[in-house]
Design a protein around this ligand. Sequence first.
Ligand SMILES: *Cc1c(COP(=O)(O)O)cnc(C)c1O
Length: 373
Amino acid sequence: MKMKIETLAVHAGHTIDPTTGAVSTPIHLSTTFERDVEGTYSRGFMYTRNNNPNREALERGVSMLEGGETAAAFGSGTAAAMALFQALAPGDHVLAHVDAYYGTTRLLREIFLRWGLEADFIDMGNLAAVKKGLRPQTKLAWSETPSNPLLKIVDIAAIAEVAHGVGALCVCDNTWAPVLQRPFELGADLILHSTTKYFGGHCDVAGGIVVAKKDSEFFQRIRAIQYSGGAVPSPFDCWLVLRGMRTLPWRMRAHSENAMKVANFLAQHRKVNNVHYPGLSSHPGHEIATHQMSMFGGMLSFELRDGRDAAMSVAAKTKIFTRATSLGGVESLIEHRASIEGAGTTSPEGLLRLSIGLENSDDLIEDLDQALR
Ligand SMILES: *Cc1c(COP(=O)(O)O)cnc(C)c1O
């Protein structure tokens, strides 16, 4: 039966426990598993770093949700990105997104260039620049959309097509819009999630996952890095992420509805001169977003007319929004990106980023309204 996404989210990766009938999957803390008399492991598990029932369930669940063949879960989104780069070889070229998550670009710049990878950082929203940046040695083209913190939109289908033209794989970091955009249907070969964000959904677990459309030789290298490198999530972490996935489609819908209302409120506020949200028709990526996203997600940013001090003052005055980094939880967060990124930041000084939670949107708007006063 071909299930719809809400049904998949609830059931993928879940089975009734055959020994106890438990409806909620038990957490298997055992680090080691019994060997058969013949010396084999017919039940599929040997040692927890290699695999364990909770990680296996999470990987199966997330691959089914994304429509991929297989997945490898890690202890963080960054560890998942690290495995992707480690699966390449010295001399391989990565076409990276200038607007990618700063931890991802930092990995490339500070670690992998020293290990012989080559990388160019370009605006993946500019297709002519993408075509120019691709080389015969390009093995990976990175699409990440919407971007941080300006919510820039990249056309995943267009990037995948030109990347395939030179034999490169297209990765999509889908952390900001799970469920809302379906990268495999748009031609991506690999999907990365920081499951710390919307998958976990409650700011209480760190994790990452690489999902592959096809169980290729390249993916097998990622699998080998997962168990020989050992940057694996604990069984409890896997359990929490898979539990979060069960409500993910409904949460994404509610995050998106709330964010749209907050964006509309901010867009007409006299102290705000720019709202970055792909759901607004004024947003430069609105057209593409309308094609590749079912809704526009829970993240937005806006700029205060009066710059840094005004932004800091708003962040100091909110009562429901908590001043904190990260995103994707049930509670709304507000963040001044320029000061958290520090020297070399490209974030505008007057910009505040919001992770819109699941509170009532009227309360969120009232809170911003009083903080802007
Ligand atoms: C947070 C984030 C990451 C990194 O994930 P961690 O779990 O923090 O290591 C990667 N990509 C995006 C888009 C993110 O928001």
